[in-house]
Design a protein around this ligand. Structure first.
Ligand code: ATP
Ligand code: MG
Length: 499
């Protein structure tokens, strides 16, 4: 197969950080080439170089054998490179059609946008993806699910006739079903001759769709292999540079006294009559499709959203908070799913963000206890293997997965009685995932009650001591660890039956 893209000796340094160090990479026409590596390995940095967002410190890029310079985003576009970034980038106040043709809208002789042509063209692109009936050209991104927004981004890439399509963790916030659909699209594009660079921390899908894989570690090129020539364990070893035997820690927990009881939670719109209880030492899994209401329940309990009717008791005492601060004081903390919106102050460093929720505890008189602060910050950086130059690293400049680790550290630092984790391992690499699973089970052993929301079925099945399934705002099932099976959980979560 002919090589369409070649990168030679590419380095990228950010004031002191060698994000990439003389890496190499090549891409063939009509192949899916996955780029793998731990959080902070340099994957997104390489992608941003191809997208014209970063210029390399050194090295050469060739397209169809000819050396090219990609100095700005428009250079990448002209070369037929389209990128779907880790964070979605649709313009919220523009329609689907306008987003697809952003910066290239057809105009009439008068100079005004030719709306009719715009809509017709957009419709044709959506049709090529087979989603014209689900996504309407005049819809706004806010009305679409994350999966649909992603389809719009793919439609944009298709509409410019991309030769190279790059996807940076496209399935990170998709459900299993949406993931299957997306992978089918990717396969279809490949068959149409598009060359695809694919980044994902989900190993199963990497094995399912890749022709080749390339592994980076700490900004360095490690290896390229045909997918047929490597095993799952080989790939993990290449990525983490050490042997990793277990993916899940042993879960052997004893249920203690009741911590939280919630009865008849109803918000009058979507959530209907939700009741559950949580005990010390439990990891209570919440499984359901994205949008099934799991996050909404927790936001009411934590005091982020208001307006739901319910009765709740925390350790036997009536419990209702009017804001997150009160919840934290009562011993409950919520690690939110969307770190960009709710989790971090991105212009501040790791230290600032880690102790953000416990500042008042660290203040003695007028001074903060710097020594204790440092201990806490370093403990969590070490535990989760956060990759950063130091605790003074600005969080906005950390890789996606490392930002997620800081969000978790901030929550754990509050020493909660109840820890609510909403998709805690989204975007986290295999090695660090294990560390996070271990931390969750250790906390449960110490008597913390854990609510664990996840769309990844394997981790729900392996970690939970009990699972509640949700479907369209309702609780559809509750299964003890002994009863757990993939089939049953999926059946209840898709509304197939109630238990
Ligand atoms: N703008 C920036 N300024 C300073 N350092 C940066 C910047 N962007 C990235 N880095 C650093 O470069 C390294 C590589 O980051 P990159 O985002 O490429 O990792 P990644 O492989 O995509 O990780 P993840 O799987 O977590 O998304 C990290 O150490 C990160 O902190
Ligand atoms: Mg990344």
């Amino acid at each position: 197969m002919e090589t369409i893209l070649e990168m030679k000796n590419i380095s990228k340094h950010f004031s002191g950080v060698k994000a990439l160090d003389k890496i190499q990479f090549d891409l063939r026409k009509g192949e899916i080439h996955s780029l793998l590596g731990e959080n902070g390995a340099g994957k997104s940095t390489m992608i941003k170089i191809l997208a014209g967002i970063h210029t390399p410190t050194e090295g050469q890029i060739f397209i169809n054998g000819k050396e090219v310079k990609i100095e700005k985003v428009s250079d990448a576009k002209e070369l037929g490179i389209s990128v779907i970034h880790q964070e979605l980038s649709l313009v919220p106040y523009m329609t689907v059609a306008e987003n697809i043709y952003l910066g290239r809208m057809p105009s009439k002789k008068s100079g005004f946008v030719d709306d009719r042509k715009l809509e017709a063209d957009a419709y044709k692109v959506l049709e090529r993806l087979g989603v014209q009936d689900v996504i309407h050209v005049n819809d706004y991104p806010a009305n679409l699910t994350v999966a649909q927004q992603q389809m719009v981004e793919i439609a944009r890439a298709l509409s410019v006739d991309s030769k190279i399509l790059i996807m940076d963790e496209p399935t990170a916030s998709l459900t299993e079903r949406e993931t299957v659909q997306l992978l089918e699209f990717v396969q279809m594009l490949k068959n149409q001759g598009v060359a695809i660079i694919y980044i994902s921390h989900r190993m199963d899908e990497v094995f399912q769709i890749s022709d080749r894989i390339t592994v980076f570690r700490d900004g360095q090129y490690i290896a390229t292999r045909n997918i047929g020539e490597v095993t799952y364990d080989d790939v993990i070893r290449l990525m983490v540079g050490r042997e990793m035997k277990d993916v899940y820690p042993e879960v052997n927990l004893t249920k203690g006294k009741e911590l939280l009881r919630v009865e008849h939670l109803d918000d009058g719109k979507f959530l209907k009559d939700i009741s559950f209880e949580l005990h010390q030492g439990e990891i209570l899994g919440f499984y359901g499709l994205v949008g099934s209401g799991r996050t909404e329940i927790m936001r009411y309990l934590f005091g982020v959203d208001k307006g739901a009717a319910y009765n709740a008791w925390l350790e036997g005492r009536e419990f209702k908070v009017s804001n997150p601060k009160e919840a934290i004081e009562a011993g409950i903390i919520l690690a939110p799913e969307s770190r960009k919106e709710q989790g971090l102050v991105l212009i501040q460093d790791i230290r600032f963000n880690t102790v953000l929720a416990i500042l008042d505890k660290l203040i003695h008189g007028v001074k903060t206890d710097k020594k204790q602060e440092t201990e806490i910050v370093e403990k969590y950086m070490k535990k989760m293997r956060t990759k950063a130059t130091s605790a003074a690293h600005i969080t906005g400049q950390l890789s996606g997965g490392n930002q997620q680790k800081v969000v978790l550290a901030k929550c754990l630092a509050t020493n909660p009685k109840i820890l609510i984790l909403d998709e805690p391992t989204r975007g986290i690499d295999v090695g660090a995932k294990f560390e996070i699973y271990k931390m969750i089970t250790e906390l449960a052993e110490e008597g913390v009650g854990i609510i664990f929301i996840s769309s990844e079925l394997p981790e729900i099945l392996n970690l939970s001591t009990r699972v509640i399934t949700m479907h369209e705002g309702q609780k559809t099932g509750e299964l003890a660890r002994e009863e757990l099976s993939e089939e049953l959980v999926l059946k209840y979560a898709t509304g197939g039956a109630n238990k």
